[in-house]
Design a protein around this ligand. Structure first.
Ligand code: M6R
Length: 607
């Protein structure tokens, strides 16, 4: 939810920290700060975007020192303000801390510290950590940090400096992401890989409760018994340009344009000689027949991909599927057994609600297969099996290419289960895979011609409410289209199963209300056209998304967007593209900050 960086090396730290924070600003952007160790620890921090801090410290040139930590914040405890910005320090500034996560017992700890005379200057949970470290400090940072970790409840990725340990940077994590970057010119910590990519492609992926000591030329990792840990270096294959805008005005638009490649790269390695080979995840026909239920858990758009999964797995493989919002899973006594396959979907692999639900599912005996984009993330590491979506780094808060690759994995899994259950024969699978292989080119066709969508967005830009309708699998896509629009353009929007509208919501339709109706399923086409008639009779202006073979939609809707024809199961991949573009252009027309929508952050590591 926040971005954490740290550097110790031979160069001036402040400009390096600012560059790293710029790559992490997607994680939080309501305030920023750095602490640099020169002769002593000096802190500069302020409310506002990173550029405000950048100006304040003159691009880093006003802070001298070759070690430092930095932070970009998404407020949880205390409003965005200078005082609540990180880094936080102990009273004498002998400890400085940056933190991503939430300390659940911070009030209790705060009382304890106040009773020992600590004076607090912010409303944050993080300041408690700085004082706690100072309180337990016994001139041995490793021992001190272990003591403090034993007191903390909640999630944290921390960068820490001690004034009496110049040239030594410390870091720990629990339930919040943190990596270590290794280079000859110095070593780094960061919440995410893009922050270190200009300097190195060699990283350590830290596990929970590991403690790292970094100096300019060494990195040592310890467990909570103070034993050194040996770790494999993970070499990042993707290019630094993947995490940069590359000439596009927004990451979101760039990522929409990258979808053909992302889907191709997700599907291709899993199709070998006409068969689906979903990586290491293999289930024999007996194993698949033994599954009595697939239970999908995810949040936001990943949940919407899961809803598509429910429709498709039940239809294609005839396995019952439940889909749960991860944040609700824990609170409804889910019925999980060792015959339940848990399918956990997450772009970041760090979403705390999803991670907690995964742990609960495992505790109840479910086998966990996760579909994750970020290699080595917490969800990936804690799952029994992983299928990575090869979308590459996704920076815009509004997901596009990761969602599309999640759909691609769902198609592969549904077909794989159908094959293992003997529902599909080799010829049918070949035909399905052949159609799937054509999806990237069909997405390309849609994104080559965006002018009409841009024009429609300009017509609807002043809308107060927009409704999205669909039946069957189109309803699942409507959910995603609606979220895309509201999260970046701030236009209120709802998605409805088209048949449900008349049970209440239709009372909200009035003259001029925009309604986006999805009608990609030939067998449901007439029903959706009837729903269009119903809303038009109440004054709605209807924009329909239909396949090329359905020009009759023009008789019903005010505007029609065509997508290429494909088989019914694969339509979500095509229907969602105009909806992503519609959300994007609506936000652009309304002058919104597309990549960094208000109140949001890319990775939600709080409950
Ligand atoms: O990283 P995850 O896929 O677990 O994230 C889940 C949601 O937070 C995410 O999809 C969110 O809804 C996006 N902002 C949607 O664009």
């Amino acid at each position: 939810m926040c971005g954490v960086v740290g550097y110790v090396g031979k160069e001036q730290a402040a400009p390096i920290l600012l560059d790293g924070l710029a790559k992490l600003e997607y994680r939080g952007y309501d305030s920023a700060g750095v602490a640099v160790f020169g002769d002593s620890i000096k802190v500069q921090k302020c409310e506002g975007r990173l550029k405000v801090l950048h100006k304040k410290i003159k691009g880093g040139s006003s802070m001298s020192g070759t070690m430092g930590i930095g932070h970009t914040r998404w407020a949880t405890h205390g409003e965005p303000s200078d005082a609540n910005s990180h880094p936080h320090t102990s009273a004498e500034e002998n400890v400085a801390v940056v933190h991503n996560g939430i300390i659940e017992n911070y009030l209790e700890l705060k009382d304890f510290l106040k009773n020992h005379g600590c004076v607090f200057t912010s409303d944050t949970d993080t300041e408690v950590i700085a004082h706690l470290i100072d309180h337990y400090h016994d001139h041995d940072p490793l021992k001190t940090l272990i003591k403090v970790m034993n007191k903390l409840e909640g999630s944290y990725a921390l960068g820490i400096m001690f004034s009496e340990n110049p040239g030594e940077l410390y870091a720990v994590r629990k339930d919040s992401p943190l990596i270590v970057g290794l280079s000859k010119g110095g070593n780094f910590i960061a919440s995410d890989i893009p922050a270190v990519l200009p300097h190195t492609r060699d990283v350590y992926l830290l596990n929970d409760k590991e403690i790292v000591r970094l100096t300019a030329d060494a990195v040592k990792i310890f467990n909570t018994d103070e034993e050194p840990i040996k770790k494999d270096v993970y070499h990042v294959e993707w290019d630094v340009s993947s995490a940069e805008k590359g000439g596009y005005e927004h990451f979101m638009f760039k990522e929409i344009m990258e979808q053909p490649k992302a889907v191709r790269e997700t599907v291709r390695p899993r199709v070998k000689r006409g068969k689906i080979v979903p990586d290491e995840f293999q289930m024999s026909p007996e194993d698949v027949k033994n599954i009595d239920k697939i239970h999908i858990i995810a949040c936001g758009s990943a949940y919407h991909a899961g809803v598509v999964g429910k429709y498709l797995i039940e239809k294609m493989a005839r396995i019952p599927v439940e889909v749960d919002l991860a944040s609700e899973f824990l609170y409804r006594s889910p019925m999980i057994t060792n015959r339940t396959l848990m399918l956990v979907i997450s772009q970041s692999g760090e979403t705390l609600d999803t991670l907690r639900a995964l742990r609960e599912a495992k505790r109840l005996g479910g086998r966990v297969l996760s579909v994750v984009n970020v290699v080595g993330s917490s969800i990936a590491r804690e799952s029994d099996d992983i299928i990575y979506t090869w979308a590459g780094p996704e920076i815009a808060v509004a997901t596009t290419k990761a969602y599309s690759t999640q759909l691609a994995v769902i198609y592969l899994l549904a077909e794989y289960f159908a094959v293992q259950k003997g529902i599909k024969n080799a010829e049918q699978t070949a035909a399905f895979l052949d159609e799937l292989a054509k999806i990237p080119a069909k997405i390309e066709q849609i994104i080559k011609n965006t002018e009409n969508i841009q024009f429609l967005a300009s017509q609807f830009a002043a809308a107060k409410d927009v409704f999205f309708l669909g039946r069957g699998i189109d309803y699942a896509v409507a959910l995603e289209g609606s979220l895309k629009l509201k999260e970046i353009s701030y236009v209120h929007s709802e998605a409805y199963a088209a048949g449900e509208l008349k049970h209440g919501t239709i009372s909200l339709i009035e003259k001029g209300t925009p309604v986006v109706a999805l009608a990609t399923q030939d067998e449901l086409f007439d029903k959706i056209m009837s729903n269009i008639r119903e809303v038009k009779a109440r004054g709605a202006v209807v924009l329909a998304v239909v396949p090329e073979n359905q020009p009759t939609a023009e008789q019903f809707a005010d505007h029609v967007l065509y997508v290429p024809k494909t088989i019914p199961e694969l339509t979500p991949s095509l229907a969602v593209i105009p909806l992503q573009l519609f959300g994007y252009y609506m936000a652009a027309e309304r002058g919104c900050d597309i990549d960094k929508p208000r109140n949001l952050a890319k990775s939600v590591t709080v409950e």
